[in-house]
Design a protein around this ligand. Sequence first.
Ligand code: SF4
Ligand code: SF4
Ligand code: SF4
Length: 316
Amino acid sequence: MGRSISEGEVVMKATNVLLPLSIVTRLGVVLLLCFFAMMTEYLNYKTAYNNPRLVELASGKSVRVFYEATDAIFDFLGDPIEVAQSNGGMTWSIRVLGVPFTDPVAAISVFAKGGSWTWGFVLGLAVPVSLALIFGRVFCAYVCPASLAFYTMFRIRHVLEKWFLLPDLKLNRGFAWGVLIGGTGAAIWAGHGVWSLILPYFAVGQTLFHGIAMGTLSISLGSIVFFALLDLFFGPQFTCRYVCPTGRLLGFIGRRSLVSVRRDANRCIDQCNTCAEVCPMNVSPKLDQTVDCSLCGACLTMCPSNCLSVGNRGEK
Ligand code: SF4
Ligand code: SF4
Ligand code: SF4
């Protein structure tokens, strides 16, 4: 007769899924951004030429192949131009199947600059704000394309720490609020484009867009490298912990999220501090602190007593 699965094993299986899931979803976002950049290029050719032969004459055979393949895919999905127009943008303000997503920092910046909020822009805020209210800072672990680079830096740093003493600088978390205020001021003065240098995920989107749709290197690539070096030489996940205003804002909105990491105090080990040590966001489930938790699952996977779980904040 088969052995029944204990509650602890169920929790363990569920927690082991979170980390790979977060990598898959973030890779999906990167692919989506690449796809959107291709769509922009396609839309340009479609509206300018609407003919494969003319596309080839203008830009060469390989672009014709790209144009025809994209045309075939969109044709399958519906009217190619409508499909391309209902999907597009960047992490700043994106549409997927016509559903808009607006970055809360973008909304603040547009509002501060006295710009008008369109209904699509306002509706687009509902998704990230609701996600934060329900799940906390999950955008960071499951959506943000820049966090893949920072996660990689986190691992590289971990390996380097075996041979080198690397600094672990702690800043006040209010620093990111300062970046938000300073960035908004800079956006009022110089335009919203400054965010493509300040917001790491916007910089990733901009770099992909320039590389794919325009075949050029974006200046935003420089800021990605800068943030990656901050993480490497200043402290683990330094950018996400102390610099990125979006992370701070979403952490604030989701500070009492409905779903969070929960600890069974009866099974927690006094001498252990593993959950706090592995947390990329500097959260300590041991102290029942969950503000800024991105539900990445790292602490749940590493907890030696399996006393951590994800669920309704009020229940234990
Ligand atoms: S803190 Fe910013 S850069 Fe880091 S994962 Fe969150 S949104 Fe991305
Ligand atoms: S407490 Fe930290 S390690 Fe645990 S799920 Fe949240 S962010 Fe990840
Ligand atoms: S890792 Fe688990 S056992 Fe260790 S302190 Fe955290 S909750 Fe307690």
